[in-house]
Design a protein around this ligand. Structure first.
Ligand SMILES: CC(C)(COP(=O)(O)OP(=O)(O)OC[C@H]1O[C@@H](n2cnc3c(N)ncnc32)[C@H](O)[C@@H]1OP(=O)(O)O)[C@@H](O)C(=O)NCCC(=O)NCCS
Length: 236
């Protein structure tokens, strides 16, 4: 933005409203921080940007950790791709951990019975879901007897850095997605995805390689940008 060339009235207006904007952001960040802390989330003041209020369901003893600028979009005005429901972060057992670092999530649900982890600069598109548990047993008799989600098959889900998960994706237990990989819209991911791989479909299959689609086909493609993560992930 060319601030230098703006007329003096515009520069004056920016200067007048600056303290009001600052006050607005301070109040907003404080409200968000207090909400998250009340829900038992481990985070610092200003480390999370909320568009709408997420649903947080935390089993006593479990951990939900949001660090280094996490954006959670929970209302449809926050993403033109269309958000059907607020972000849901749910830990289902006392040992479960959800750890999100510098990533952006739009109207998605993350349900953890063991561990779900998402790395820096990764984005989860509108209405996607990550489940690290099957919730129910396969055997019908055992399913009837089942008392808790702990009895179902579970395995951690790990997303690396710079991973892009498009809209309406379902990621199932035991999946690891490597750095800079891409998951196409509407996919169901049942197997792990290698770094730089593009997968799509149900079940998700290899459809391309990120290195063939970038001018930086080396590891530098995944280096963190210089700008703050908040700004980088506003668009998710
Ligand atoms: C991930 C994505 C960008 C990949 O695009 P791409 O690399 O240009 O993919 P291509 O069009 O070259 O397709 C390659 C192959 O994968 C298939 N494919 C691509 N996307 C697919 C999808 N979502 N589901 C199933 N198959 C898919 C294509 O049919 C094609 O198969 P073919 O070679 O047999 O013809 C794209 O699939 C996508 O999901 N776009 C929408 C992103 C989105 O949801 N954004 C909003 C929220 S963040």
């Amino acid at each position: 933005m060319e601030i230098q060339n703006q007329p003096w009235s515009s520069r004056l207006w920016r200067r007048i409203r600056r303290p009001f904007r600052k006050a607005y952001w301070t109040i907003r960040k404080t409200r968000e921080y207090r909400y998250l802390r009340r829900c038992g989330v481990e985070t610092g003041w200003g480390e999370v940007h909320l568009e709408g209020w997420p649903i947080i369901q935390k089993c006593p003893g479990s951990r939900i950790i949001l660090r280094e600028g996490v954006t959670l979009v929970s209302r449809c005005e926050g993403n033109v791709a269309g958000v059907n429901h607020p972000v849901i972060l749910a830990t289902l057992t006392k040992d479960a951990v959800i750890e999100l670092t510098g990533c952006g999530i739009s109207g998605s649900s993350i349900c953890a019975a063991t561990r779900v982890q998402i790395g820096r600069h990764s984005g989860l598109g509108a209405n996607s879901s990550i489940y690290d548990t099957d919730f129910h047993r396969i055997d019908p008799v055992e399913r009837r007897r089942q008392r808790s989600v702990v009895e179902a098959d579970t395995a951690p889900v790990i997303l690396g850095e710079d991973v892009w998960v498009a809209a309406n994706v379902l990621i199932l237990k035991g999946v690891t997605i490597g750095d800079a990989a891409v998951v196409g819209a509407g996919s169901v991911v049942t197997r792990s995805v290698a770094p730089f791989e593009i997968v799509a479909g149900n079940p998700a299959k290899h459809v391309g390689d990120v290195r063939q689609r970038t001018e930086r086909p080396d590891a530098a493609a995944t280096q963190a940008p210089a700008e703050p993560i908040f700004e980088a992930r506003r668009d998710v």
